[in-house]
Design a protein around this ligand. Structure first.
Ligand SMILES: *[C@@H]1O[C@H](CO)[C@@H](O)[C@H](O)[C@H]1NC(C)=O
Ligand SMILES: *[C@@H]1O[C@H](CO)[C@@H](O)[C@H](O)[C@H]1NC(C)=O
Ligand SMILES: *[C@@H]1O[C@H](CO)[C@@H](O)[C@H](O)[C@H]1NC(C)=O
Length: 341
């Protein structure tokens, strides 16, 4: 008898739990349905230009410009913990998201932007370290191409690196005092695996450079000579008036570089002028999916070549303000460009 009662009790519990689960599922599928409807309506009013920044100081400078006007009916959609903000800049429809630091965040947010929303292309912007001593803090760079310089082959100290690696960093040659062996040996820089909708499925190309879209890049040259801010406030100014530089190369990896020797290695080996942690991922993901993409980055610091502290806290906000100015200018230029087509 007791056993029979227990079985009944268990059955009841099971029914109760499964009905709870079912209602949780019903609620979540209801939310999904509402979300899908919202997105469908938004997309019907598209297409939008996709804007992606990385972290709060860049976002603050962008919103402080006042150029972004939120869509009053549907100002945002939250997906996977990120807020995709719907709005416009000077009449051009845009969807803006802050992806977060690093390649994984950058690629995930880009893929989601392109999959979920009706997008014409991606304008990625933020601040970066300056690896090129002929450029200055405050300059805004619109690089032609990016390499992901974080794919390494770590080998045994005396082993030779794989022959298809594109560069080698020998730790021993950085010993102080110089000379002697080093247990880290050397590392080889390898290439990306680029998947593309225009390529054969499951057949990645091995690539080091990812070029931004040719037509957008050419359009960006109209930004050269535009007026940029020189001062953080009345007492802190850059020694030279900053400028927009269109061209040159950028490097991306999951490393924050504040080290003169490594900065020099990257400059002499890859001939890169800007160092950041997202751009290559955003360019690569956009190209994989067949979308236009451009990157606009403001140089906020010397990536370790400075005396004393990194200037990112001092000049980061100024660099971000100048980048926001350049982005707004580019969005305006793009509108005329598409209109002409
Ligand atoms: C590398 O090779 C040299 C010469 O054969 C040897 O003396 C040294 O111990 C080796 N270094 C390491 C870290 O294995
Ligand atoms: C200007 O900005 C710097 C850096 O943020 C700060 O240390 C300084 O106090 C500011 N000066 C004025 C006059 O606001
Ligand atoms: C460094 O910057 C200068 C000035 O913009 C440029 O002329 C030069 O080509 C750059 N160096 C490399 C390796 O790209």
């Amino acid at each position: 008898m007791a056993a029979g009662k227990q079985v009944k009790w268990h059955l009841l519990l099971l029914v109760f739990i499964s009905s709870l689960l079912f209602s949780a599922f019903a609620i979540s599928s209801e939310i999904k349905k509402t979300l899908a409807k919202t997105i469908k309506e938004l997309n019907r009013k598209g297409p939008y230009l996709g804007l992606i920044t990385v972290y709060a100081p860049e976002e603050d400078a962008f919103f402080a410009s006042g150029a972004f006007k939120p869509n009053p009916k549907q100002p945002y959609v939250d997906l996977s913990g990120r807020r995709f903000r719907i709005g416009s800049i000077e009449g051009s429809k845009v969807i803006y998201v802050r992806c977060g630091v690093g390649l994984v965040n950058a690629a995930a947010a880009t893929q989601q932007m392109l999959d979920v929303f009706h997008i014409t292309g991606i304008v990625h912007f933020g601040i970066a370290g300056n690896a090129n001593s002929s450029m200055s803090i405050g300059d805004v760079i619109i690089p032609k191409q990016f390499a992901q310089t974080g794919i390494w082959d770590w080998v045994k100290p005396n082993a030779t690196i794989p022959t298809n690696d594109v560069a080698e960093l020998d730790f021993g040659s950085y010993n102080m005092p110089s000379g002697g062996d080093n247990n880290l040996g050397s590392i080889g820089y390898s290439t990306e695996f680029f998947y593309s909708k225009s390529g054969k499925p499951n057949t990645p190309q091995r690539t080091i450079w990812f070029q931004t879209s040719q037509n957008w890049f050419e359009l960006a040259s109209s930004l050269e000579g535009m007026e940029l801010e020189q001062c953080v406030n009345s007492s802190l100014c850059l020694p030279k008036k900053p400028k927009v530089v269109v061209g040159l190369n950028g490097a991306t990896s999951n490393s924050f570089v504040d080290n003169a020797a490594y900065r020099e290695f990257l400059y002499t080996t890859f001939h890169v002028s800007s160092l950041d942690m997202e751009s290559a991922a955003i360019v690569m993901t956009s190209l994989s999916n067949g979308f236009n993409v451009i990157v606009i980055r403001g140089l906020s610091d010397l990536a370790g070549a400075q005396d004393g502290d990194n200037t990112i806290l001092l000049f980061g906000p100024l660099a971000a303000t100048n980048v926001a100015k350049a982005v707004i200018q580019f969005v305006k230029a793009l509108r005329g460009f598409h209109f002409k087509q």
